[in-house]
Write a protein that binds this ligand. Structure first.
Ligand SMILES: CC(C)(COP(=O)(O)OP(=O)(O)OC[C@H]1O[C@@H](n2cnc3c(N)ncnc32)[C@H](O)[C@@H]1OP(=O)(O)O)[C@@H](O)C(=O)NCCC(=O)NCCS
Length: 185
């Protein structure tokens, strides 16, 4: 993973890219994914293991796509993040509205799709490392703008510290979900 830098992680934890040929990791990631979105403010109880496996495989095929994992010494996945390259048409589909080009122009973009950390590993900077690593991955792919959609206060604090700023572009189906932007220099 030549785009990665030396991120500061707590002792015993390591950052790696999901390898789809490792079925144990794929399965553990899917189980973690199903659980984590049950939390407020998401309250998503509909995720099933099979649907998530399909989602992971599909998103892995996208342009400039990456699933990042943080693992502990027992080789358990304690945090994950997904990001992939998008154009403004993709963003319109994600955001359920038709005017993304007006807000974002036609610059090559990277979408920060998901980030989650196991409850017992939170507040140690893991999400911050994952968000920074995604920016470095996007830069490596020559993408110019990173977009993230959220309404989670913890994620907003971490993004703000990194340098994301909120746009006035909100989700067409959930206006509380604001799109945040980071311009890659
Ligand atoms: C949102 C989420 C990913 C944040 O993960 P996290 O690893 O706890 O985030 P970070 O540790 O990087 O940053 C959060 C806080 O920890 C603080 N922190 C970072 N390193 C720290 C350390 N070594 N010691 C103490 N605090 C630290 C950060 O400064 C930040 O503090 P603040 O909230 O007071 O500003 C996590 O809460 C989560 O998985 N939630 C459920 C899923 C979710 O909502 N995901 C976001 C969807 S958009």
């Amino acid at each position: 993973m030549e785009f990665l830098r030396d991120y500061r992680l707590p002792k015993g934890l390591r950052l790696e890219e999901l390898d789809l040929s490792k079925s144990d990791d794929l399965e553990a990631l899917a189980r973690f994914y199903c659980e984590v979105w049950k939390e407020p403010p998401w309250l998503e109880f509909h995720w099933t293991y099979d649907a998530v496996i399909k989602y992971i495989l599909e998103t892995s095929q996208k342009i400039a796509s990456i699933w990042l994992l943080i693992k502990n010494q027992a080789n358990e996945i304690v945090a994950f993040a997904l990001g992939y390259g998008i154009d403004f048409k993709d963003l319109e589909q994600i955001a359920n509205r038709k005017d993304a080009a007006f807000y974002f122009g036609e610059k090559p973009m990277f979408y920060d799709a998901e980030v989650a950390v196991m409850p017992t590993y939170r507040k140690q900077g893991l999400a911050t490392v994952l968000i920074r690593a995604r920016i470095d991955f996007a830069r490596f792919h020559d993408l110019k703008v990173v977009i993230a959609r959220t309404k989670a206060p913890n994620a907003i604090r971490a993004m703000t510290k990194i340098g994301f700023f909120p746009t006035t572009f909100t989700d067409g189906s959930d206006p509380e979900r604001v799109y945040w932007r980071f311009d890659i220099s």
